[in-house]
Ligand binder design. Structure first.
Ligand code: VGL
Ligand code: ZN
Length: 189
């Protein structure tokens, strides 16, 4: 375990660590569950330091527009209040974790935790300057969340050992694009 460099003005954001994105789920990310112990280390460290913790979740309606039967790219996943939409049972969420739901409209998808949620303004109000981000999936919702966080002016650190892609052969271009967007890649696990 490397040193966890959290300080005042930091927040930790766990993106979509839900059963449907883990092995056995409806839209499994290869080795998706392996992000849990690493993410937990950061979540515990944030809680110990009294820092803001956010957990986003993909939270779709039935017959959501992103599902294949509706012409979208994905199998049905993360339908509101189903077991597949629940956070991974091993994920440690501090009592005051702020849960951000996204993709909640029938007719609109949202890959980023900042898309339509008001999260950027709320974080600014809380005085958050830096974000430490991990979760699922690296090439989909983590990618768009990190990009939006950079655009919104936060200093973003991507926790590389706390994220996994849906399509592992895309990982190189994904990481390169995020670095170009201003994110720092962190190998601390
Ligand atoms: C996601 C595919 C579809 C994600 C969400 O959370 O990465 N991926 N919906
Ligand atoms: Zn989705």
């Amino acid at each position: 375990m490397g040193h966890i460099p959290l300080k005042a003005g930091d927040a930790v954001l766990a993106v979509d660590i839900q059963n449907d994105f883990c092995p056995g789920g409806a839209l499994p990310v290869p080795d998706g569950d392996q992000v849990v112990p690493v993410m937990n280390t950061w979540l515990k460290a944030a809680a110990d330091a009294n820092l803001t913790v956010i957990a986003s979740r993909d939270w779709h309606t039935v017959d959501h527009c992103s599902f294949q039967a509706q012409g979208g790219p994905w199998p049905p996943h993360c339908i509101q209040d189903t077991p597949g939409a629940a956070f991974h049972p091993g994920l440690y969420l501090p009592a005051d974790t702020v849960i951000v739901s996204k993709g909640t409209a029938f007719d609109k998808d949202a890959y980023s935790a900042f898309d339509g949620t008001g999260l950027a303004g709320w974080l600014r109000q809380k005085g958050v300057k830096r974000l430490w981000v991990g979760g699922l999936a690296e090439d989909v919702c983590v990618f768009h969340t990190v990009k939006d966080a950079c655009t919104a002016g936060f200093q973003v650190h991507l926790l590389c050992s706390a994220t996994r892609p849906v399509f592992p052969d895309q990982e190189g271009p994904t990481l390169k694009a995020l670095q170009e967007a201003g994110a720092q890649l962190e190998d601390i696990a």
